[in-house]
Ligand binder design. Structure first.
Ligand code: PLP
Length: 398
């Protein structure tokens, strides 16, 4: 057997395969040039057009508000729903920190519900036990691009008069019975960060079916200035803006929207390639005893944002971090989505969490590795990822 690269052997490939590369090209560049030539760089006509088109993509029933991040969307969702000190917000411990950070920004209490061991989605069977009279919002996370059980979450929300803000950062293309993730709750937030399924480097959007919430989001994203303040520079009668709330600087600019207009047109093609890669990974990793792939639900559209594998640490002579370093040495970029948030210092210390509180999340936290999954991967790239995992599993197996 060949020696592994971290021990001085030959890596599976000569050049380093990045964990992620964005698929952006001439179309995006041309549209950005259009924004430059128009002289209008910040929130304006391209942002409005993107909002309209993305709302159409999501099924055409709701409103989309362009923002500078998904985090902004999650935060504004909580602000618009009136979350504040004394309130509790329920979310998953297997998520990016910003999902819970925004709860803390509002002075509310973060309440975690453990995940299902196979899908790593919030376990809806445990959700009702976490609801108290103080619970104001449930924030499900469509982890990896797989839809949470939204029909059940929505009916639990209705029963207890609790609102829902969906973290749809991974779930742009995800659907349940034809209905897009992000459109079930009171607010859904999407990310267009560099690694996400559609990108403008940094960006996000909030989606809502409510006219009233839409108005709030539009005002709050731009300093709390009265509606459509960006139009103050338009021709037409001069109109003063008025500050009606202490809002935020969360608006999307037209340079971002320019990229997104072109990315949106490529999304189906991207999704097709992601799916092809997932099928190849599934075929190989589905029956490797040293690792587990995520459980998949039937009859849903999965956005396949990331491909996490969970190492069966009992069967290996290394731990997750040893595996990560060995993969990087093989010239394959890897990442971790995510280490359980309740064990990060801020949440652990503030709430007194410890190991044992959310066992399924902790097991995932210790064993998760994400391997490259993006449309720009060639078939050879995919085979080199498989080759590296296979080589390391043979090396590290007990
Ligand atoms: C990326 C991500 C976010 C944050 O998105 P930004 O656009 O960077 O603010 C939130 N939640 C999850 C699950 C994410 O992966």
């Amino acid at each position: 057997m060949s020696r592994i690269a971290i021990d001085g052997g030959e890596p599976v490939r000569d050049d380093f395969l990045f964990f992620h590369r964005s698929s952006v090209g001439k179309e995006e560049l041309d549209e950005i040039a259009g924004a430059f030539q128009s002289g209008w760089l910040t929130t304006g006509p391209r942002t409005s057009l993107f909002e309209e088109r993305f709302a159409g993509y999501l099924g055409g029933e709701g409103h989309v508000v362009g923002l500078n991040s998904c985090t902004a969307g999650l935060h504004l969702g909580l602000v618009a729903l009136g979350v504040g000190p004394g309130d509790e917000v329920i979310t998953s411990p297997i998520t990016f920190p910003s999902t819970a950070n925004v709860i803390e920004h509002q002075g509310a209490k973060t309440v975690f519900v453990d995940v299902e061991p196979d899908t790593l989605l919030m376990d809806v069977a445990k959700l009702e036990d976490a609801i108290t009279p103080k619970t104001k919002v449930i924030m499900p996370v469509h982890y990896a691009g797989q839809p949470c059980d939204m029909p059940t979450i929505m009916s639990i929300g209705e029963k207890h008069k609790v609102r829902v803000v969906e973290d749809a950062a991974h779930a742009i293309e995800a659907k349940i019975a034809g209905k897009h993730c992000g459109t079930f709750g009171d607010v859904g937030a999407f990310s267009f960060y560099a690694t996400k399924n559609m990108t403008c480097g940094e960006g996000g959007a909030a989606c809502t079916n409510s006219d009233e919430i839409r108005e709030k989001l539009v005002v709050l994203r731009l300093h709390g200035l009265s509606k459509d303040a960006w139009r103050r520079y338009d021709k037409g009668g001069f109109a003063h803006y008025e500050c009606v709330a202490p809002g935020f600087k969360y608006n999307m600019m037209d340079i971002q929207a320019a990229m997104l207009l072109r990315q949106l047109e490529k999304l189906d093609e991207f999704a097709h390639r992601r799916h092809q890669i997932v099928l190849r990974y599934d075929a190989v990793f589905g029956d490797m005893p040293e690792l587990r792939v995520l459980g998949r639900k039937e009859n849903v559209t999965h956005a396949h944002h990331i491909y996490p594998i969970m190492l069966e640490l009992d069967r290996l002579t290394t731990d997750r971090d040893g595996f990560l370093n060995a993969m990087q040495a093989e010239n394959i970029g890897v990442a971790v989505h995510f280490r359980a948030l309740h064990l990060h210092p801020y949440y652990r210390d503030k709430y007194g969490f410890s190991r044992g509180d959310f066992p399924h999340a902790e097991r995932a936290s210790d064993s998760l590795v994400s391997i490259p999954l993006y449309p720009a991967l060639t078939d050879n790239d995919v085979e080199s990822v498989i080759g590296a995992v296979d080589k390391l599993m043979k090396h590290f197996k007990r």
